[in-house]
Design a protein around this ligand. Sequence first.
Ligand SMILES: [Zn+2]
Length: 410
Amino acid sequence: MYSKEKILAFEEQIQYIASLSENPSNITRRTYSEAWFSSLIYLSQKMKMYGMNVRVDGIGNLIGTYYPPSLKSEDDVAVVGMGSHIDSVVDAGAFDGVAGVVAALDVARQIYEDGNLKAVFEVVAFAEEEGSRFGIGCLGSRYATGDILSQDIPPEIYLMSNSFNQRFQNNNIIKNNASEDIGWMKDRYSSFLEIHIEQGPILYEKSQTCALVSGVVGIHRMEIAFLGQANHAGTTQMRRRRDSLVMASEFICGCWDYGQNQKNQVITNGKLINFPNEFNVVSGKSEVSVEIRGDDDDLLEQTVCHIRRFAKEIAKKYAGEVLIETLEQIPVRSFDKNLLKGLDISSGGSLPKCMSWADHDTKFVSYVAPAAMLFVPSKDGISHNPLEMSEASDLLKASEIVFRFFKERN
Ligand SMILES: [Zn+2]
């Protein structure tokens, strides 16, 4: 369906950005690294090729804005946007985030060549989505949408971001001072779309080329501390033990079993901290993390209640105690129904629907603008891994649907 040249040109862009890495032997492009800076310079050149004005906001998001020649001013016209992230995890694949940025640039190319869009078009390459640098996920989009308060951003982030100001200016790119434009995305867009790789196996297994993402699953996070009694590993008889690690182990196995029977939920015990964690001491305190993700808030709540009850039963069984702390309770976030409907029409009604089981920048954008996402398959469902792969033809198809949607709806 797409010419060999077109597919090659798309792949070349992905591979060129992949080559911009902190480490020559793998793909690592964390925010504020030299590799990240080079990728922004490269993207800004592409944006300028498609007639865009380019700027960088306070945190390091790159923004390209296109005013179709037919528009007199930006004032009374809608702004439509697209974007994804350009930073990567350590030892990443080539496609996570980058695929969506390159696909957005392909939409920019189509809009530029067409010249008749009745809206301003903007592409955003978000910074620090992965949280690989500072442990705060989606920091770029949370900054742009005002989801994070200025005082909650560590000062060293602002210092690092500002340290690039002059270098961007040397490349004729305006870079705002950190904190001066926090929340700039509020009420800016009449629609915002992100194309992203699925990072899971479902589309690939079903041989689907593209899917509409209805929303992002809800996440509940708890920390559960089992308290027993630390004691001598030789002199304490088995029947007298109040071993917190045994409680934690039974709890983890129970979470696993419960999770196996849930259709649209996953439960993870990713963290275990044991005290005193010695060969010759019966454990006295064991902390286990619990993360539950699911696409239905009521079912999530049911699982949370079950897990809490279960932890208490185990503590009682072993004459211990349990402390349960809820860390996060993020409800399911649904994307804009009208946008999804419009995309469905523009695709000829051919696209399946799915949920996103990972967080994305566009979830935060969805709090300040009508927003939605499209997924393309990840080969074998592998992501955050050098083996990550998605087909350029699938990404081109997604970008074509988005272009058609913007053309037809604006
Ligand atoms: Zn991503």
